[in-house]
Write a protein that binds this ligand. Structure first.
Ligand SMILES: *Cc1c(COP(=O)(O)O)cnc(C)c1O
Length: 480
């Protein structure tokens, strides 16, 4: 193993040069207690060692510029470099959030126009760019539902219905917002079981949270009927639109009569993400929820843009300042570069790529739900599990073939789930490369299972305790 940067440290080596101080050094009023007595224990290394250190680290991780990253639900598509170029313009990066409206007209205009684009794309009437993650968009949406029902004196509605295939953030967000959760079953086609839904509706239901296409990659074709049923019982409809990759310029959630949805800009509208952020989870809402949207909102008066704080029914702020502004710039750039036609092509490519891969893999893995898929599809590793090789083993083995693993063990409704989202940015050669690798691994599970069970063999670190790494995070170098 390569030495760590701290171990390369040698007294007196420096990797920087600072200009002469041109102002008098101020010792200031810092109390004795707050003054540092010993210098910080930072590694003393030269510039080239620092450069090599970070270059080396960058190669230890798999990323979208290493190879295909078919992580279902998460959309690890290629993010065009032009987004970075625009987000890094000094006019954006040098902005201070406390600058006056007069000095931030460009940024306000960008936020206003991005909001207009999102309204157009979703077919909904109101927008807030404030939430900084899909999950925070969900939380905000549930607060809006509560505010709406409360405004009508309808205080009994304390329960949110959620399909059993939902992303884990859905029940968590609803619970954090103080709601009870009731699960709605999926039927044998992987869709919402209407009879089960109907049996659970009543005047205690605040709303129904639906992902469409669902997390198994299937379009909820009965969504209008679902909406009608929920609406008749007085509930609102929430759409988890974290991943909109199948719908752009094809179907608008407003036309499916949703009242609120969030959109993960970092997934559908291309910001590099993972490892916890940064992201953006704007919400779009129907007419009746507009009064409750977070404050401030960005408004346009003639040619001027301003922030409106006077929204008396607003649920208030959900984030400091304007969220992760850089992500908004990237999303805006992406949308404006592509236009409506380009966005449609994004979805068409995402859907055809997923269907192509499904067709190539359907004989070698179990396919829980028959028929075409949307932008992603689900397989089960049950067949392989029965001969002693788990889905986790196969996911690890993929790294040896140069591919990141798909999402595994999610959604929970499919045993040994493998959720594959190839994204629209891979060409046929790459898709074939991935399919060949999956099929080769399926053969290995039959002929040389020990190779798969012991995978990966090619990575610097073999199998991690992922849960432990998260729960007992320790990134401090221990000085002996
Ligand atoms: C990613 C995702 C979320 C959560 O989004 P975050 O930005 O990670 O909070 C919610 N629902 C679905 C379907 C997702 O794929």
């Amino acid at each position: 193993m390569e030495k760590l940067i701290f171990e390369k440290s040698a007294e007196g080596r420096v990797g920087y040069t600072l200009p002469q101080i041109e102002v008098p050094r101020v010792s200031g009023n810092l109390s004795e207690q707050k003054q540092r007595k010993t210098p910080p224990r930072l590694p003393q290394v030269s510039e080239i060692e620092v450069a090599r250190h970070f270059q080396r680290l960058s190669h230890l991780n798999f990323n979208i510029e290493t190879g295909m990253y078919p992580l279902g639900s998460c959309t690890m598509k290629y993010n065009p470099k032009v987004n970075e170029k625009v987000a890094n313009l000094t006019g954006f990066t040098g902005l201070h959030p406390l600058l006056s409206e007069e000095h931030t007209q460009g940024a306000l205009k960008l936020m206003y126009e991005l909001g207009e684009c999102l309204k157009e794309i979703t077919g909904l009437s109101g927008v807030s760019l404030q939430p900084v993650a899909g999950s925070q968009g969900e939380l905000t949406g549930i607060y809006l539902f509560k505010a709406y029902h409360a405004s009508r004196g309808d205080q009994r509605r304390d329960t949110i219905l959620i399909p059993d295939s939902a992303h884990g953030t859905n029940p968590s967000s609803a619970a954090i917002a103080g709601m009870k959760i009731q699960s709605v079953n999926s039927n044998e086609h992987g869709k919402i079981d209407l009879a089960d839904l109907k049996s659970k509706l009543g005047d205690h239901i605040a709303g129904f949270m639906v992902t469409n296409p669902s997390t198994v990659g299937i379009f909820e074709s009965e969504i209008i009927e679902v909406q009608k049923t929920v609406s008749e019982s007085g509930g609102l409809m929430y759409m988890d639109g974290a991943n909109l990759n199948a719908l752009l310029s094809i179907v608008r959630p407003g036309e499916m009569r949703f009242d609120c949805m969030h959109i993960n800009l970092h997934k559908t509208f291309s910001t590099p993400h993972g490892g916890g952020g940064p992201g953006a989870g704007p919400i779009c809402v129907s007419e009746r929820l507009i009064p409750f949207l977070p404050t401030p909102s960005v408004e346009k008066d003639g040619d001027d843009y301003r922030l409106e704080y006077n929204n008396p029914d607003s649920i208030g702020r959900v984030h400091a300042f304007f969220g992760n502004f850089g992500v908004l710039v990237r999303a805006y750039t992406y949308i404006r570069m592509l236009g409506a036609k380009g966005l449609k092509a994004v979805s068409e490519n995402a859907v055809i790529n997923a269907n192509y891969l499904l067709a190539r893999l359907k004989d070698d893995f179990d396919v829980p739900f028959a028929g075409h898929c949307m932008h992603e599809f689900i397989l089960s590793g049950n067949r392989q599990k029965n001969i002693g090789v788990s889905t986790r083993d196969m996911a690890k083995r993929l790294l040896d073939y140069g591919f990141h693993a798909p999402t595994v063990y999610f959604p929970l409704v499919v045993p040994e789930a493998i959720l594959i989202e190839p994204t629209g940015t891979e060409n046929k050669q790459n898709l074939d490369g991935f399919a060949d690798a999956m099929i080769a691994i399926a053969r290995e599970t039959e002929n040389t299972p020990e190779i798969v069970i012991n995978a990966p063999e090619s990575t610097p670190i073999k199998r991690l305790d992922e849960a432990g790494a998260n729960r007992n995070l320790n990134i401090r170098y221990d000085f002996a």
